[in-house]
Ligand binder design. Structure first.
Ligand SMILES: C[S@@+](CC[C@H](N)C(=O)[O-])C[C@H]1O[C@@H](n2cnc3c(N)ncnc32)[C@H](O)[C@@H]1O
Length: 374
């Protein structure tokens, strides 16, 4: 049986998870609540494994984080006549009662709160029609204890929803230890040999690939992982969005938390870099392998014309877990080395809009600009 994390103060891994959730929420809310023109009249936030609200020391859990982050938007919600709904579900009746009392303490708010005590699947199926309504935006937080709730069926239903971002938690260590156990194998179908040869700290990547393979090939959908070390185990968050802006914002959150690799709260690639440490050979500040590899691959792909426009570069970076700041470094280097012409690139989600102006990158050979058709 899973340990009850609310009986003790949250550990470092849980705090890291909550901090990613809070930072992402801070990015997500203004997109839907502070936009000049109203595109989504209904905004739904679902916390399906809500807990009682706090840990044993009064540290906020997800429902209280959501409640506090919504407070600055009261005027927007009223003035724009937005229909904002917060749905909280917690299976344990005792925890649900605590949560209800804590939430009722401040009941002057311009949005609705529903609190239920259902098994996740029942809650999800019951709420699904509201998520699937026209002109609504959804954020789903699925903070399960183990691994079993985000089944193939649930995942496929979520990715079919419009304007929906989700973040779910998964115990990667449990999968490593028990991948062949029928209780796990029936929910997540991983190849036991692959699991066997993948080290504990990399298992989250394998789980991400499993979910990626559930996305139909023609569908544009973005997933990103963040691995968390919690005591002796490795856990992970998986974020999903059908929109480039969603994935850019999540990746920005991850890079703020892990400026070295943007993907874990520990040295997942075993780079052993001490901050500010210099490389003995190049004399430059040492970079994680992952960043070095990305920079050299991006440079190679630009110079051999596999990537020719700002839109292609932007999407290449996001799908590989990098953000515009990383692209700019490579572009500036290529300009200063006179390998590409000076250019003004649009490295934001706007470049993916159907009517946006696309900028071509012009290569320079022997001091002359080489045009695409040359
Ligand atoms: C990791 S905790 C969530 C913590 C919470 N997000 C917070 O920040 O405090 C998982 C919660 O899910 C609840 N739970 C366990 N099984 C469940 C189920 N089948 N359906 C819904 N909730 C469940 C547990 O009681 C526990 O409070």
């Amino acid at each position: 049986m899973a340990k009850d994390i609310h009986k003790k103060p949250f550990d470092e891994g849980t705090k890291a998870k909550l901090s990613i959730f809070e930072d992402y929420l801070k990015e997500w809310l203004p997109v839907f609540l502070a936009k000049k023109e109203v595109i989504w009249r209904t905004i739904n936030i679902y916390d399906f494994f809500a807990g009682p609200g706090y840990d044993s020391k009064g540290q906020k859990g997800t429902p209280m984080i959501i409640r506090d982050e919504l407070t600055p938007y009261f005027d927007n919600i009223i003035n724009k006549r937005l229909n904002v709904n917060l749905y909280l579900n917690e299976y344990s009746k005792a925890k649900k009662e605590k949560l209800e009392k804590r939430i009722e303490e401040d009941d002057l708010r311009p949005y609705s709160i529903t609190i239920e005590s259902l098994d996740f699947k029942e809650a999800f199926d019951k709420q699904f029609p509201s998520m699937a309504q026209k002109s609504c935006a959804n954020l789903l937080f699925l903070d399960q204890n183990g691994v079993k709730h985000i089944s193939e069926e649930v995942f496929k239903k979520i990715i079919e929803l419009k304007t929906t971002d989700f973040l779910f938690f998964i115990s990667s260590s449990t999968i490593k230890r028990f991948s062949e156990h029928p209780n796990i194998a029936q929910h997540i179908k991983l190849n036991p040999e692959e699991v066997e040869k993948t080290p504990y700290h990399k298992i989250h990547g394998l789980i991400l690939d499993y979910y990626k393979n559930l996305i139909p090939p023609a569908k544009q959908y973005y997933l990103a992982p963040f691995s968390l070390k919690k005591n002796a185990g490795v856990y992970g968050l998986i974020f999903g969005s059908g929109h480039v802006l969603g994935i850019e914002k999540f990746l920005t959150t991850c890079w703020n938390i892990d400026p070295e690799r943007g993907t874990a709260n520990f040295d997942i690639d075993d780079d052993r870099i001490i901050q500010g440490q210099y490389d003995l050979f190049s004399g430059e500040v040492r970079k994680p392998k992952k960043v070095e590899l990305f920079e050299s691959e991006l440079e190679r792909k630009i110079l051999n014309r596999e990537l020719t426009t700002d839109r292609e570069i932007y999407l290449y970076a996001l799908t590989n877990g990098f953000i515009p700041a990383h692209i700019r470094k490579v572009i500036n280097k290529l300009i200063s080395e006179k390998k590409i012409d000076k250019c003004k690139l649009n490295l934001s989600s706007k470049v993916c809009k159907a009517d946006s102006v696309i900028t071509q990158i012009k290569l320079i050979y022997n001091g002359t600009i080489k045009h695409r058709m040359d």
